[in-house]
Write a protein that binds this ligand. Structure first.
Ligand SMILES: [Fe+2]
Ligand SMILES: [Fe+2]
Length: 368
C-alpha cells in the first residue's frame, strides 16, 4: 500500500494512523485504516444556494452532465437564500452512499427543497458540517429533530474541530451580527454521533474530508470581520484552546476567527480526478485544494466546487486565486454561495470553458 493509496490519519484522540469508518472504543469514536476511496459516479445536488436561476443552461459538457431544475411554481418551487446545502450521492460498483453536506440557514428552505428535489433526509449514510456559521448549520438542529429515530444506525456528523460548536459573530461598523452557536449536545441528544475529524477522514466509505487545512498561500486570509466569542478558560472555545497568546482575553470577549476547524469535502471519481467542495472557503479555496491533494496523494483535480468567499476580496487576491486555478488546472470550476461576481467574471475571462454557474436545484453528474 503506497502513500497514494492511503490517507494517513491520526485517529480522534489517539495516535493511530487511520481513516474513516468508525469504531467505538470505550464509548469514543475513533477511526480505522482505509484506502482512499474511488467512486464510479457522483451526483452532486445543490439543494440550497444563494441563487435560483430558472434560465440556467444545462446539458452535457465534455466530461460532466449538468441538470437544471428549471421553471417551477407553487408547491414545486425551490427556495434560495444566503446559505448552502448539498446532497452527495455516489456509486461504486453496486454500492450507493448518500451524504448531506451543510444544512443551509432556515428549516423552511432546506426541507422545502429536499422535498421538491426528492431527497430523503432520513436516508443519509453520513452528515458533514463544514464550519460553524449559521448559513451552513442553520437547519441542522431541525434536521436532527425531523429524522430522530428514523436514521440509519449510528448516523454520524463529521465536523472539523471543536470550534465548529463555538459562538460566532460578524463584526461590522454598525455593530455585531450574531451567527449563533451550533449545539453539539442537542444534536447528540437527538441520536447523532459527532466525529471531530481534525485529520483527513474517509466518510461513509466514499467521500473524504480534508481535515484541518494548513494555510499555505500568502494571499488567502480569513474574513477580517469574523469573530469567535471566547469561552471559559480551557474550555473548547477558550482562546488558549486555539493557541492565542492574548491570555488577557476574558470569556465573552471577541477574538479574531481563524476557522481552525473548517474542513473541505472531496471525492475521487474514477478516470476523472478529485472533486473538491469548499463550502464557505474561509481557509482559502487554494489551500483547501492543496490539502486534499496532499492528504490523498492525488494531484489531478476534476472540479473545484463551493463558496470561495472572495466576494469581499480586492482584485489582487482574486487575480492570484485565478492564477493558482490555472496551475491546478481543474476541468471545471463551480463557484457558489459567497464566491462573488468579481471572481466569477475573472474565472470566465481566464478559463470560460471550465466555468459552470451554480443554481439552487442544479445536479452535476461526475463520472460514468
Ligand atoms: Fe462561513
Ligand atoms: Fe457561508
Amino acid at each position: 500500500m503506497t502513500r497514494r493509496d492511503v490517507l494517513r490519519l491520526g485517529a480522534v484522540g489517539t495516535g493511530i494512523f487511520a481513516t474513516g469508518g468508525l469504531t467505538r472504543v470505550a464509548g469514543r469514536a475513533t477511526a480505522q485504516a482505509q484506502a482512499v476511496p474511488t467512486v464510479d459516479r457522483l451526483v452532486m445536488t445543490n439543494v440550497v444556494d444563494n441563487v435560483y436561476d430558472i434560465f440556467a443552461k444545462g446539458g452535457k459538457l465534455d466530461s460532466i452532465t449538468v441538470e437544471r431544475a428549471g421553471l417551477r411554481f407553487g408547491a414545486d418551487s425551490l427556495l434560495a437564500e444566503h446559505g448552502l446545502a448539498y446532497h452527495l450521492d455516489s456509486v461504486r460498483g453496486s454500492e450507493r452512499r448518500q451524504i448531506l453536506l451543510d444544512f443551509s440557514l432556515t428549516e423552511r428552505n432546506l426541507f422545502n427543497n429536499y422535498q421538491v428535489l426528492k431527497v430523503d433526509p432520513a436516508a443519509a449514510d453520513a452528515l458533514i458540517i463544514s464550519h460553524g456559521h449559521a448559513d451552513h448549520y442553520g437547519a441542522l438542529a431541525d434536521y436532527a429533530r425531523f429524522v430522530q429515530g428514523r436514521t440509519k444506525p449510528g448516523l454520524t456528523l463529521y465536523a472539523g474541530g471543536e470550534d465548529t460548536f463555538c459562538h460566532r459573530v460578524v463584526a461590522t461598523p454598525s455593530g455585531s451580527i450574531d451567527q449563533g452557536q451550533l449545539d453539539r449536545a442537542g444534536l447528540e441528544a437527538r441520536g447523532l454521533a459527532v466525529m471531530l475529524a481534525k485529520q483527513p477522514a474517509v466518510v461513509a466509505g466514499h467521500a473524504i474530508t480534508s481535515g484541518q487545512i494548513p494555510r499555505l498561500t500568502d494571499f488567502e486570509k480569513p474574513p477580517a470581520a469574523a469573530r469567535l466569542v471566547a469561552g471559559l478558560m480551557d474550555s473548547a472555545c477558550s482562546v488558549t484552546h486555539f493557541g492565542a497568546t492574548k491570555v488577557e482575553v476574558k470569556p465573552g470577549e471577541l477574538v479574531a476567527d481563524s476557522f481552525q476547524g473548517e474542513h473541505a469535502t472531496a471525492y475521487h471519481v474514477r478516470d476523472r480526478g478529485l472533486v473538491v467542495i469548499t463550502s464557505c472557503g474561509h481557509a482559502g479555496v487554494i489551500n483547501s485544494v492543496r490539502q486534499v491533494q496532499k492528504a490523498t496523494g492525488i494531484d489531478r483535480v476534476h472540479a473545484v466546487v463551493g463558496g470561495f468567499h472572495l466576494a469581499p476580496a480586492p482584485d489582487e487576491i482574486v487575480a492570484k486565486t485565478v492564477e493558482a486555478f490555472k496551475t491546478i488546472n481543474p476541468d471545471y470550476i463551480i463557484p457558489m454561495h459567497c464566491t462573488g461576481l468579481n471572481t466569477i467574471i475573472a474565472v470566465h475571462g481566464a478559463m470560460p470553458r471550465k466555468l459552470v454557474m451554480p443554481s439552487t436545484g442544479t445536479r452535476v453528474i461526475f463520472g460514468a
